[in-house]
Design a binder for this molecule. Structure first.
Ligand code: AP5
Length: 227
């Protein structure tokens, strides 16, 4: 088995990280680790962690680092991470980026590339207001740019599509502000390490996927890569 590959997807809310991570993880056979999805799963299951996270998410604020890092540490123990993973929405603070380096070091691995999906702010708001998310597994749609075959129903598992609570305009504004304040320095963190690559995310989804595949190092698990 080849060395595992760990990819960080960075970008503001609505940049398309989740959409791209879902496609890439399927194509490359890598685990998809979305801290937002993990918090929403806890919330559905009404765990203590889910209720705590909700307080922050509904305000557009970040969930505390200690809680988020512990959750990722646990997720990294799962067998589907053997060939590596795509991190979506993590790390979001420099403390999280440092913790991720430590966690991967313990596994004999490291972040191989950090990709900034770059999208202008005006586009983000339109994307988020039209987003619809699948209740069961978090599949992502858009009423205009990626509509489901049947309105309100997930193409993949038939579950209900809903509008995320934190996609309300006031919360979106705060999330974008928090991104610049707290995640902006993470972009610099990876730039200084020579790991940052910027990809234009303001074009059709398939084009973005092709551009991402070109900057991802070869994955040694036998999965077929098609650019
Ligand atoms: P999270 O769930 O991670 O949300 P986010 O980072 O704000 O990102 P989004 O999911 O909103 O956007 P995305 O970039 O994934 O875009 P998507 O692919 O859906 O986090 C939510 C909250 O959880 C945070 O605010 C925080 O409270 C908490 N949290 C999570 N991680 C945390 C952490 N590490 N630390 C602390 N707190 C944390 O696309 C958006 C829409 O655009 C979709 O409708 C899609 O169909 C459409 N679209 C995508 N690509 C294109 C394209 N190329 N053209 C046209 N439309 C497109």
């Amino acid at each position: 088995m080849g060395k595992p590959v760990f990819i960080v997807l960075l970008g503001p809310p609505g940049a398309g990280k989740g959409t791209q991570a879902q496609m890439l993880s399927q194509r490359l056979g890598l685990a998809h680790i979305s801290t937002g999805d993990l918090f929403r799963k806890h919330l559905r299951e009404q765990t203590k962690l889910g209720r705590l996270a909700q307080e922050y998410m509904n305000k557009g604020e970040l969930v505390p680092d200690s809680v988020t890092i512990a959750m990722v540490q646990e997720r990294l123990q799962e067998p589907d991470t053997a060939h590596g993973a795509i991190f979506d929405g993590f790390p979001r603070t420099v403390a999280q980026a440092e913790a991720l380096d430590d966690l991967l070091r313990q596994l004999g691995a490291q972040v191989d590339v950090a990709i900034l999906v770059d999208v202008p702010e005006a586009v983000l708001v339109e994307r988020l207001s039209g987003r619809r998310t699948c209740r069961a597994h978090g599949h992502i749609f858009h009423v205009k740019y990626n509509p489901p075959k049947t309105p309100g129903v997930c193409d993949y598992d038939g579950s209900e599509l809903y509008q995320r609570e934190d996609d309300r305009p006031e919360t979106v504004k705060r999330r974008i502000q928090v991104y610049w304040e707290q995640t902006g320095p993470v972009v610099e963190y990876y730039r200084e390490k020579g790991l940052l690559v910027k990809v234009d995310g303001n074009r059709p989804m398939e084009e973005v996927t092709r551009a991402l595949l070109q900057v991802i190092p070869p994955v040694g698990n036998g999965a077929i890569e098609e650019a």
